[in-house]
Design a binder for this molecule. Sequence first.
Ligand code: HEC
Ligand code: HEC
Length: 487
Amino acid sequence: MGSPLLSQKALDFCPIYSEYIQGIYKERREPPMRENHMRTWGASVAVVLAAWTASLGAEPRESRTKTTAERGRDALLGQAFAPPIVTWKAYENLWKVWGLKEKPADFDRRVRERYSLSEPPYPNKGLPMGLREASGLLGKGVGVDCMLCHASSITGQPVIGLGNSALDVQFLFDELSAAQGIPNLPITVSQARGTHEAFATTAYLFQFRNADLSLRSPVKYVLAANTCEDVPAWWLLKKKKTMYHSGGQDARSVRSIMSFMLTPFNSGRYIKSQEPTFKDIRSYLLTLRPPKYPFPIDEKKAAHGQQIFEKTCARCHGTYGPGGSYPSKVVDLNVIGTDPTLASCDIGDFAEAFRNSWFGKEKDDQGKPVSGTMNRGYQAPPLDGVWATAPYFHNGAVPTVYHVLNSKARPKVYTRSYRTDKDDYDPVKLGWKITVLKSGPDARTPAPERRKVYDAAQPGRGNGGHPFGDKLSEEERMAVIEYLKTL
Ligand code: HEC
Ligand code: HEC
């Protein structure tokens, strides 16, 4: 079956992409030649001439002057790091899965709205951010990239690095699989719209890897359930000493951000060969800045809020502006009191295998280890651009900053539009406009509709803890919110 490197058993275990199995070990450094019109003699001469002219100056000079961050941006926004999930034809036929009789004229817009994807501020072959053309041996098709989860829009503006808190990643994968006529993913990748079972997904994929990342028939690891992870904004990375919600990894780590490539259809050799590219990508991430608050700010109120913030909040979240500092503090579960599921989940076997593998053997430029630990707590994140990153906490349980700062007012069951326009934004409470519901959906509600309801009574979705704003008067709370708009 296709490659000798992947056993039938492994394939049975992870049937997704099986159509592309023959394409997976192909090195994907350069996009293959696209146009067949190059077959004509005249065009060939033009191509040779163009290449020759480029070799005389333009191209080498360009690659000399590009910074690592620029190279990283080019790779992040221009390269595919995983094979396609579906053929172009299956993608173009998604409307059939939606139950329509014919392809709607506004197909592209409907794709974006259905799964909450945005138009890209870069060329992407008509695909929304997060989807990408990729090549396998059987041809080109459509896959996903980092921007699926790490780019979104806020008040109508696309922002690279803003976590996509509206995405229904489960819906997208389920419907792409249906369009292609392949089985659904063998694991649950999301329980609530905008959140991810990222730990379980990584552990699942890691089952197929030996320590050197070569493929094997999978061994079973315990897959942590209901971790409901919100996606952190990339522009915060530059301040952090440790990253991920529980601060479990040295923030300088390049290898750990490559775990997205672990699909069994990337060879270990290919993954490892991409480390220099991901070093560049990380450099690019460090240049990102938060979007500016787009509505008016009351400066006097904000200045009052700053004083309160510095007294009440700065010891964990740091100070901002010139001379600001960030402590990169992981706060114990007993103190923070937010949902414990993620920080206390059992990932024993997987964590050990990860540590003993290529991922755990990373070194910095001085040869010192870049490693991780398990923490029973959550990192207090920097609050730059916090106005744009709702919902809040590691599990996205709290829809606005106001509700972060008033734990008793937090809605228990709610839904929202899962759109990201100006009308969907609440500039008073700072976050998403929501509709509070009386109770959660029943078992008969279709799964995509169920995922649109955030029910804090469900496992991993608790909205308690972080009581640090509760003692503020309403006037002080609103002043702190005004200040946070300036960050
Ligand atoms: C399917 C969604 C998804 C995709 C695709 C994805 N990520 Fe993530 N990423 C997440 C989630 C969820 C987290 C938070 C995990 C946690 O902390 O538990 C995260 C965390 C991160 C972080 C740490 C941020 C911080 O400050 O703690 C970095 C850096 C990162 N991802 C980079 C990448 C890169 C680079 C890619 C593409 C190769 C990528 N991610 C693809 C969902 C995704
Ligand atoms: C003892 C440390 C500590 C103090 C004091 C504290 N926080 Fe936090 N804060 C945290 C931690 C830890 C988290 C992350 C909790 C989680 O994800 O479960 C957090 C999360 C937040 C978030 C959500 C961030 C996000 O992106 O999800 C906001 C907003 C916030 N805090 C604001 C404040 C404000 C304003 C104050 C002062 C009134 C304050 N905090 C005081 C530790 C603290």
